[in-house]
Design a protein around this ligand. Structure first.
Ligand SMILES: Cc1cc2nc3c(=O)[nH]c(=O)nc-3n(C[C@H](O)[C@H](O)[C@H](O)COP(=O)(O)OP(=O)(O)OC[C@H]3O[C@@H](n4cnc5c(N)ncnc54)[C@H](O)[C@@H]3O)c2cc1C
Length: 501
């Protein structure tokens, strides 16, 4: 149910001070609505898009590019940070067997790097896949091997995909590969690399726009957290409250809707309207009185992939020119390296040093997640040395940041579960509104989170009557689109196949 400008706007309580929660608060504040934000973190705002500071070195939880097809979001970023928003060039490559491969892949560069022998192997395995493909490919591995040959699959697709999702590619569904890699055909790649390019691409300006999105992005001078820290300053200046270290543990409700939020400290924070950017699973489990069993079961069935970053300070002025590097080496656990100095030179305290973020994908509670910080710093140091990036004794400092629920997982059932929860909440607690990434279980970027927040804030403030679920993954509002189309147009995450045991 969408809400009109009734009593809900008297005092809105926002759960979570990430991009979605703070954008909602910022917009409500502009409309003169009294707003309080509760954030569990004692220090940082920005959620997954925060910038952590350690001994003067600043780093992201994964590097955060600021780009959006939605001009309103771009304008909002400019409004908040003005000239503090830098325009940066993008360089990101794949590292494999001591060599850097362009990403997106370029045929000539890939073939030169692989060398004659390996190239010959790749071509013959590609030829084999053409003449004798796996009939009716069900798995990611079969689908990609059919498309590129087994050898190229192993080099460029297998290792990284398995690191990110924690599932063997022989157990991931083929439809995800088809969705992600559609239109990329090795023959076309080769042809484009070897034949001279024609001027113009038949797409008008679109090609140029896409190229710009790929080659450049905006980035706050002091990292993404700067954006969200500035929003908090602006909110405080106009009397809105962002309360840090306030973990919401219960959502109190009566027959007509949510009445108050209970914090871990035992305080009850009343309100008339409520906006949640909390993971849906957490939100539903916190309802008091509890939701019916089928709604609780739907919430418990939602799954997540977790993530941790080990930031190391290295006593070297330069390491590699990329913003980030995908690590396809099978022998190491690290999935990606971020070089924060290349995102903005202001991210490092001392220009004679470099700060590298080593990203590890994991599940909460698994071996990596539960390892001691000191052991993780040791692991990251030894893996960086194994990759030939630096010597262990050059690492002068290290710190670990764990991010639970970094990725909402799209499995076969998640849409059904989210629909069950949405229907129930819409009917039982119509003054509670869901926004954002885990708040709506959407594998999104900040712009999508922000747009859903703007829509919800306007509904509360003005009775705009818009549906936040109609914001697609490009952060554009599509009145006519149905959910399934929105999902298909978005970033996809793979699903595990049912394998007979
Ligand atoms: C590795 C990685 C790389 C990414 N790269 C990019 C990128 O390049 N560009 C881009 O635009 N986006 C990127 N994203 C996505 C971006 O981080 C998210 O879209 C964005 O942070 C989502 O904002 P949100 O406010 O919806 O959720 P979150 O950022 O998750 O914020 C939710 C907030 O709620 C708080 N909270 C949770 N539970 C409670 C509770 N019980 N009580 C009180 N507070 C609570 C959390 O502490 C958090 O602050 C990336 C994400 C990842 C994981």
């Amino acid at each position: 149910m969408l809400n009109g400008p009734g009593s809900q706007r008297d005092h809105v309580v926002v759960m979570g001070a990430g991009p979605a929660g703070l954008t909602a608060a910022y917009e409500l504040n502009k409309h003169g609505v009294a707003v309080t934000v509760l954030e569990q973190d004692p220090k940082y705002v920005g959620g997954i898009a925060r910038t952590v500071e350690h001994n003067g070195y600043r780093f992201d939880i994964g590097g955060h590019r600021f780009f959006s097809k939605n001009q309103e979001v771009e304008d909002l970023w400019t409004e908040i940070l003005g000239e503090e928003m830098l325009t940066r060039g993008r360089l990101s490559r794949i590292y494999y067997r001591g060599r850097y491969f362009d990403y997106p892949l370029k045929a000539t560069n890939a073939l030169l790097n692989l060398g004659l022998l390996e190239t010959a192997r790749c071509m013959s395995s590609y030829a084999l896949a053409r003449v004798s493909p796996v009939r009716e490919p069900r798995t990611f591995e079969d689908w990609v091997s059919n498309q590129f040959g087994k050898r190229l699959f192993e080099i460029f697709f297998k290792t990284y995909t398995e690191k990110v999702w924690g599932i063997p590619t022989s157990e991931l569904s083929a439809d995800w590969a088809a969705q992600r890699i559609k239109g990329l055909d090795l023959f076309e790649v080769m042809k484009n690399a070897l034949l001279p390019h024609r001027n113009g691409n038949g797409n008008g300006d679109r090609g140029a726009v896409i190229k710009t999105l790929i080659d450049q992005f905006r980035y706050p001078r002091l990292g993404p957290g700067q954006m969200w820290e500035r929003v908090v300053e602006l909110l405080s200046e106009s009397g809105a409250h962002v309360r840090m270290g306030e973990k919401i543990v219960a959502i109190e409700r009566d027959g007509s809707g949510v009445t108050a939020l209970r914090t871990e400290g035992g305080e009850s924070v009343p309100g008339t309207g409520f906006i949640s950017s909390l993971p849906i699973r957490k939100l539903v489990m916190a309802l008091h009185p509890a939701a019916p069993d089928e709604v609780l079961a739907a919430a418990k069935a939602l799954r997540y992939r977790d993530f941790l970053t080990v930031a190391l300070v290295i006593d070297r002025a330069e390491m590699f020119p990329d913003n980030w590097v995908y690590i396809h080496e099978p022998g190491v656990k690290v999935g990606r390296l971020q070089n924060f100095k290349n995102w903005s030179p202001h991210m490092v305290a001392d220009g004679s040093k470099t700060c590298i973020g080593l990203e590890y994908f994991c599940f909460e509670g698994d071996g990596l997640w539960s390892a001691d910080d000191a052991d993780l710093v040791k692991l990251a140091t030894s893996e960086l040395a194994e990759l030939g990036m630096c010597r262990p004794e050059e690492v002068v400092d290290g710190v670990v940041v764990r991010v639970p629920k970094a990725y909402p997982v799209y499995d076969d059932e998640y849409q059904r579960h989210v629909a069950t929860i949405r229907d129930y909440l819409g009917a039982a607690v119509p003054n509670l509104h869901l926004v954002g990434r885990n708040g709506m279980h959407k594998y999104n970027n900040q712009d999508h989170s922000m747009m859903t927040a703007l829509v919800v804030a306007r509904n509360i403030a003005t009775g705009a009557g818009l549906d936040p679920w109609k914001v697609n993954t490009d952060a554009e509002y599509h009145e006519e689109a149905r959910d399934t189309e929105l999902e298909r147009s978005g970033r996809q995450a793979p699903r595990r196949l049912e394998i007979a045991s």
